[in-house]
Design a protein. Structure first.
Lengths: 296, 89
């Protein structure tokens, strides 16, 4: 069951404040760069987005988000997508948080996240896991707080679960409205509900295609390499914090030491989906129980 | 490769992850993951040993002949030198 977030973590209050939207005029360029339709630019503590449909969004740290709509009818569904996608990630980066491209479930007060490129099956797997007493923690973007040494905290998801029609059917999720006319995905209610607490990250699992289902731990250098490859948010993180190579190396090493990393390899075969997802379900519950025992 | 081998710490950063040492070349950003024998060789490059000294130490540790190891160790050291991570003086 969904409950209202308590905003107990200061970053949640910050994100709520910084994401406030107001109408106005957005600049045409940022840091000397003209932002063409379909492009965005992050410079120092500002972010400028110009969508292909003509919307412009401008964020400056501490001032919230300006939206400039083109003449004619606007599409609130599209605005929602941008505000909860690129803009949210940019605001998180500019304010020292670390968003990654992942969907996640919660178990025993810990977060188990699944990452991979678009189409890797993150949302579908999470939707399936929620049917087995593993509530959803987030979909598509997982915002991490790395400010506590030795601990990676996860901020609860801000996006609604989005599924393709075949994933709705496969997972038994309850479909709601279509995301937008040009995006044939459906917002869906995860069968097992959602969690809205700030929780530590227990494991980050990379989704991969392969000939048979298995979960394997990652070790050493492979962890560092895989953490570098976190898809669309890496460029924003680098642009916002501008770490030199040494600082970035230290950041990746800290993450690699703190989080358990695994890969879930499986064939992309709908007839095997429920069985293979069951492997993940048992893994998550076993690992969550193990960590819980150790912390007693 | 002859002469005393020394690392070039201005050219890289390294860190322990699990049972490996991960080295990043600061010029290229490339990662090198060292484990097992490669890690032992890397640790023996301490400014006091030649390539021959390292071959002798590894051979003694594993009860192998130096001729069995020399080519592999030379190949690793050549690769590390080519990457600018060490040099012979």
């Amino acid at each position: 069951m969904n409950t209202a977030p308590t905003l107990a973590h200061p970053a949640l209050a910050m994100l709520a404040r910084e994401n406030q939207l107001r109408e106005g005029t957005a600049p045409r360029e940022l840091g000397g760069v003209t932002v063409e339709p379909g492009r965005h630019w992050l410079h120092e503590d500002c972010f400028l987005l110009h969508t292909s449909s003509g919307l412009r969004f401008f964020y400056r740290k501490g001032e919230g988000v300006i939206i400039e709509r083109p003449a004619g009818p606007s599409d609130p569904a599209e605005e929602y997508l941008w505000c909860n996608g690129s803009i949210y990630a940019a605001i998180a980066c500019i304010n020292g948080l670390y968003p990654i491209h992942a969907s996640a479930v919660a178990c025993n007060g810990q977060v188990f996240a699944f990452t991979g490129p678009s189409g890797a099956g993150k949302s579908t797997l999470v939707a399936q896991l929620t049917r087995h007493a593993l509530p959803m923690f987030c979909d598509d973007t997982l915002v991490l707080d790395l400010s506590q040494p030795g601990q990676v905290l996860c901020l609860p998801g801000h996006k609604r679960l989005k599924l393709w029609p075949d994933a709705v059917e496969l997972t038994g999720a309850r479909p709601a409205e279509q995301v937008m006319a040009s995006v044939p995905k459906f917002y869906s209610e995860p069968a097992g509900g959602t969690v809205v607490d700030v929780l530590p990250l227990a494991e980050l699992c990379f989704l991969e295609d392969g000939d048979h289902a298995r979960i394997e731990p990652l070790h050493g250098g492979e962890k560092m390499v895989r953490l570098q490859d976190d898809h669309y948010t890496t460029d924003m993180i680098m642009a916002a914090s501008r770490p030199d190579r040494i600082a970035r190396f230290a950041q990746l090493a800290n993450l690699a030491r703190t989080i358990r990393l695994t890969r879930f390899v499986r064939p992309r075969d709908a007839s095997r989906f429920a069985v293979d997802a069951g492997l993940v379900e048992r893994h998550v519950k076993a690992m969550a129980g193990q960590v819980s025992e150790q912390s007693r | 490769m002859t002469g005393i081998l020394i690392k070039r710490p201005e050219r890289f950063v390294e860190t322990d992850i699990d049972d490996e040492v991960v080295v990043m070349d600061l010029d290229s950003g490339n990662f090198f993951s060292l484990k097992d024998t490669a890690l032992e060789i890397w640790r023996l490059v301490d400014g006091s040993r030649t390539s021959a000294d390292i071959v002798a130490e590894i051979a003694a540790a594993y009860d192998l002949t130096e001729s069995e190891l020399a080519a592999d160790i030379a190949a690793f050291l050549d690769q590390a030198q080519a990457a600018g991570l060490l040099e012979a003086q």
